[in-house]
Ligand binder design. Structure first.
Ligand SMILES: Cc1cc2nc3c(=O)[nH]c(=O)nc-3n(C[C@H](O)[C@H](O)[C@H](O)COP(=O)(O)OP(=O)(O)OC[C@H]3O[C@@H](n4cnc5c(N)ncnc54)[C@H](O)[C@@H]3O)c2cc1C
Length: 371
C-alpha cells in the first residue's frame, strides 16, 4: 500500500508557509507537527516583526522584495487584516559608518530606496540624539502582523486538507533498508514518505536526524518593549542605526528595541533572558533617546536566529536520503521571506525541483557535498 503522507516538523512560519503552499499545489495529505501547545511560540513568536526589504545580501534582498509583494497583496481570503503596517523603514548612520550603509544600498540597486541626509528622521523624531548623517528610506516597508500571517498560512493549509497536531514531539527519522519510512514521536511512530524539517533552532540537534544532520547554529537575540510613552507616535518609522547595532520602532504604545546581540547558544539556552544584554539595550537607548532614559521596561525576551555556515537559507531536498527535505536556517529574515521560502519548498516536494532563480543557491546539497 502506498503511503503518500508528508510530515512537516515545526509549526513556526517556515513549516506553516510550506504547508500552505503544498496544499495550494494540490498535495493534501500533509501533517504539520508541533511540540508546543500553540503554533508559532518559538522564533516566530519572539521576533521584531520588521519587514525590511533592503538586506545587504542581494539574494535575500530579492527574496524579501518578492515576499513583500505577497504581504502587500495576499491571496483572497488569506487574512481580514492588513498584513503590513507600512510606517517605512530607515537605515541611518553616523558619517563614519556611511560607507557601510551605502554599500548595502549599492548592492541592491533594484530596491526602491530613497537616500539622503538624516534630516527627515529628525523632523519625525525630534528627541533622537544628533549625530546621524545619512539615511536610506523604504516607504512601503514597516511592521508585519505576524499572528495574522501565521494564521493565514495555517488556516489556508487546513482548509485544503492539511492536519495540524500540537503537543507532539518529533524524536527521530525512521529509516528501513535505506528508505525513509516515517518518524518516531512522543506519540509513537508516524508513517510518511516525505519529511520536511522546519523546526527552527532544533534543526541543529544532529542526534534527531539518524546520520543525516546539517550544520545549523542558533544565535540568541534580545528584544524589549518599554512602558507606554506619550511622546511616542505610533506612526514613527522603524529606525535601524547601522554600525551601532541598535534599532527601535513603536509597539503597544511604547518602543520595541534591540541591541542586535548575536550569542551562540543551544536551543535550550535561546529563550533564557540575560540581564546584562538588557542593560546594553538600555545603554544604547539612553544614548540615542536621552529623554526616554528613565522609561520602564514593560516586557523583555529573547529568541533564536538560526544559520547555516554560509548564512544562506536551506530549502529543498536532501540529496542523501529520498523523501527528506529542509526548510531551515532562516536566520533573521524568516518572517519577511516565508512566502517565497514556502513556495520554493513546495515546488521541490511536488515537482522535484524549483525553477526559482534562488532555489539552487538555497539547496541543501551545498552542505552535504563535502561531507
Ligand atoms: C530577536 C529576533 C528578532 C527577529 N526579527 C525579525 C524581523 O524583524 N523580521 C524577520 O523577518 N525575521 C526576524 N527574526 C527571524 C525570524 O523570527 C525567524 O527567521 C523565523 O521565525 C524562523 O521561523 P521557523 O519556523 O524556522 O522557526 P520557529 O519559529 O522557531 O519554528 C520552529 C518550530 O518547530 C518546533 N519544534 C522544534 N523542535 C521540534 C520537535 N522536535 N518536534 C516538534 N516540533 C518542534 C518549535 O516548537 C517551533 O514552533 C528575528 C528573530 C529574533 C530571534
Amino acid at each position: 500500500m502506498s503511503n503518500d503522507r508528508i510530515v512537516i516538523i515545526g509549526a513556526g512560519m517556515a513549516g506553516a508557509a510550506t504547508a500552505y503552499f503544498l496544499t495550494r499545489k494540490g498535495l493534501h495529505n500533509v501533517l504539520l507537527l508541533e511540540r508546543e501547545k500553540l503554533a508559532g511560540t518559538q522564533s516566530t513568536g519572539r521576533n521584531a516583526a520588521i519587514l525590511r526589504t533592503f538586506i545587504p545580501n542581494p539574494l535575500l534582498n530579492s527574496l524579501a522584495r518578492e515576499s513583500a509583494e505577497f504581504y502587500h497583496n495576499p491571496p483572497e481570503g488569506f487574512a481580514t487584516e492588513l498584513l503590513v503596517n507600512d510606517v517605512g523603514v530607515y537605515l541611518a548612520a553616523r558619517a563614519e559608518n556611511a560607507a557601510t550603509l551605502n554599500a548595502w544600498c549599492d548592492q541592491n540597486p533594484e530596491a526602491d530606496v530613497r537616500r539622503g541626509d538624516a534630516s527627515k528622521i529628525y523632523e519625525q523624531i525630534p528627541m533622537l540624539a544628533r549625530g546621524l548623517e545619512i539615511a536610506a528610506y523604504k516607504a512601503d516597508d514597516g511592521v508585519l502582523d505576524v499572528h495574522s500571517i501565521l494564521q493565514g498560512f495555517i488556516r489556508g493549509a487546513r482548509r485544503d486538507g492539511a492536519e495540524m497536531r500540537l503537543g507532539i514531539e518529533f524524536h527521530s527519522l525512521q529509516i528501513r533498508d535505506s528508505r525513509l519510512v516515517g518518524i518516531e514521536t512522543s506519540d509513537g511512530f508516524i508513517e510518511a514518505s516525505k519529511v520536511i524539517i522546519a523546526n527552527g533552532a532544533w534543526a541543529s540537534i544532529s542526534s534527531s536526524f539518524s546520520g543525516y544532520s546539517l550544520p545549523f547554529t542558533p544565535y540568541r537575540r534580545h528584544l524589549l518593549i518599554t512602558e507606554v510613552l506619550p511622546q511616542v507616535n505610533p506612526r514613527w518609522p522603524v529606525i535601524w542605526i547601522v554600525g551601532e547595532e541598535f534599532y527601535f520602532r513603536p509597539e503597544s504604545g511604547g518602543l520595541l528595541m534591540s541591541g542586535c546581540d548575536t550569542v551562540k547558544v543551544t536551543p535550550e539556552q535561546g529563550v533564557i533572558t540575560d540581564q546584562a544584554e538588557l542593560e546594553r539595550i538600555a545603554d544604547k537607548a539612553a544614548h540615542w533617546l536621552p529623554t526616554l532614559a528613565d522609561a520602564r521596561v514593560a516586557r523583555a525576551w529573547s529568541g533564536m536566529r538560526t544559520f547555516a555556515p554560509d548564512e544562506m537559507f536551506v530549502v529543498g531536498a536532501d540529496p542523501r536520503l529520498e523523501g527528506l527535505y529542509w526548510v531551515a536556517g532562516l536566520g533573521g529574515h524568516g518572517i519577511t521571506c516565508s512566502p517565497v521560502v514556502g513556495r520554493i519548498a513546495a515546488d521541490c516536494v511536488k515537482e522535484g525541483k524549483s525553477n526559482h532563480p534562488a532555489a539552487s543557491i538555497m539547496a541543501p546539497d551545498r552542505l552535504t557535498k563535502h561531507k
